[in-house]
Design a protein around this ligand. Structure first.
Ligand code: ADP
Length: 480
């Protein structure tokens, strides 16, 4: 059975990406198409999207409230991929300079409700079969498309089913209640049993409340978000929906992230030629102006936010360096974290390299050159970098949460691939790092860890198979 799916997303690599959602929105649809699903993307028409999209043509011109001007839906194909893409063009704010959700100063766009209300509304039109492509399933991703199930609930639709995927509960899309009417949703939707959240309109809650099925990106995160600690205020709602909530671990793009062929690396390697990894380490040290050393090089590539554990990593960086290791950190985000890291680098120029900004090439070089990779996240829905690391023979140290807990096998267990620690504090993190530094001395043990990780299958096919089963189950089950 070929299922028709519209995948609604606010970012998709390589057109536009701010984090993991961008990677998922490229790889999952491709993997699903390979499994015979007729899946197509719907994206806002950001400048970068319009510039990069190939084979673009006007597909439909439509009018939707509250917009005064008609908007166009363009059709194209993902660059380097096979997935058809629909793009909404004509909402001028999509084309403003700055990020997808924030301006250049890091402030949320003041019209985010409109930007993503429009995205959701257009998706709902597809769901009502008012447009040429008539999906049977609309697959929504994060708060930006959370209103789709709400729009469909309150409009006649030919029983299209909705899936709401949570990539990160921390971002919920909260806006003033006046947006309910402005976007054309009925008053009755603004209730505790609907999209209202403490007097505000919540895009994410709308998705979680009205969607036929909810998924998130790892089984552990699916359990965690039903609790007070991780539910970001929506744990209770998710508990009531636990029978229709599944965790499906993300895959990674195994073509883009392959140490055997990665175009960003000076030396390619596999499990049999692991010695060549050392040349990447040497080059990385040189590039980052670190002193030559035989001790381990620790890498980290991250958004600089509290989520990623920066607040309890920062105070122990001098101790990690004192233990003999060097660090390369690539990231951007919180200005205070950026400043503190840069200050530390001034104190330890030969042992700590801080690279502020977004740099795809350096990210690949860090994955290949580092010996150890740090992800001490407070929460991590799935996480991609720990999987890239294992694939590159770079041993991850992670906090046991979300997808990190589901993908990294601790050193104390059979088939170990990395180091895990339980609690979000400097002491446990430091103990884990020191344990790793000690075990690094045992070359044959280290190589076993590397081999175990490099031999794991992190491809999207396994996840895609689980989404296919979910779509089929939804289409054959009665609507509740
Ligand atoms: P999140 O989505 O929470 O940011 P993930 O680990 O799931 O974290 O995905 C992050 C993705 O973004 C990875 O592909 C990672 O390599 C990439 N990334 C994050 N920050 C940077 C950066 N500064 N430069 C290059 N790539 C980055």
């Amino acid at each position: 059975m070929s299922v028709r799916v519209l995948f609604v997303t606010s970012e998709a690599y390589p057109l536009v990406k701010t984090g993991g959602l961008g990677d998922v929105s490229y790889a999952l649809p491709n993997a699903l198409r390979q499994q015979g699903i007729d899946i197509r993307l719907l994206l806002p028409g950001y400048k970068s999207v319009l510039e990069q999209l190939s084979l673009i043509e006007v597909y439909e011109e439509i009018r939707i409230s509250p917009l005064e001007h008609p908007i166009r839906i363009l059709a194209g194909t993902m660059p380097g991929g096979i997935c058809p893409v629909y793009v909404i063009e004509g909402l001028s704010s999509y084309e403003s300079d700055g990020g997808s959700y924030q301006d250049n100063k890091g402030q949320d766009w003041s019209d985010n409700a409109l930007r993503f209300g429009v995205l959701s509304k257009v998706a709902a039109l597809f769901g009502q079969h008012h447009l040429l492509f008539k999906p049977q399933i609309i697959h929504c991703n994060d708060w930006q498309s959370g209103l789709v199930p709400a729009f469909l609930k309150y409009t006649p639709n030919p029983s299209v089913r909705t899936v709401m995927s949570i990539h990160n509960m921390a971002y919920q899309g909260l806006f003033g209640s006046e947006m309910v009417e402005k976007l054309g949703l009925p008053d009755e939707s603004f209730s505790m049993f609907g999209l209202e959240y403490h007097g505000k309109m919540s895009f994410l809650k709308a998705g979680l409340y009205y969607a036929d099925w909810i998924t998130t990106v790892s089984p552990t995160y699916a359990t965690e978000i039903q609790t007070l600690k991780y539910g970001c205020g929506l744990g209770g709602l998710l508990q009531t929906r636990k029978k229709t909530l599944t965790g499906i671990i993300n895959g990674i793009d195994t073509k883009a992230w392959d140490p055997k062929t990665d175009p960003h690396l000076s030396h390619h390697y596999n499990t049999k030629t692991l010695l060549l990894k050392k040349r990447n380490t040497k080059n990385l040290r040189k590039k980052c102006k670190l002193s030559p050393s035989k001790s381990p090089l620790i890498g980290m590539i991250t958004r600089l936010t509290e989520q990623k554990g920066l607040d309890f990593l920062l105070p122990i960086i001098p101790k990690i360096i004192k233990s003999g290791a060097q660090l390369v950190i690539l990231g951007s985000g919180n200005k205070e974290f950026e400043k503190n890291l840069k200050d530390l680098a001034l104190q330890h120029p030969k042992h700590l390299s801080i690279n502020i900004g977004y740099n795809e090439k350096l990210a690949h070089q860090i994955e290949a050159g580092a010996n150890i990779f740090l992800m001490p996240s407070k929460f991590e829905p799935c996480g991609l970098n720990q999987m890239y690391s294992m694939r590159y023979g770079t041993i991850p140290i992670v906090r046991r949460t979300g997808g990190l807990a589901d993908t990294v096998v601790d050193v104390s267990l059979n088939n170990a691939t990395g180091f895990t620690f339980e609690n979000e504090n400097s002491k446990e993190l430091l103990a884990s790092v020191q344990d790793a530094l000690k075990k690094f001395e045992d070359k044959s043990f280290w190589q076993t860890l590397q081999n175990n990780g490099m031999n794991r299958d992190f491809s999207w096919q396994n996840s895609a198979t689980q989404y296919v089963s979910l779509y089929q189950r939804l289409l054959t089950s009665q609507r509740v």
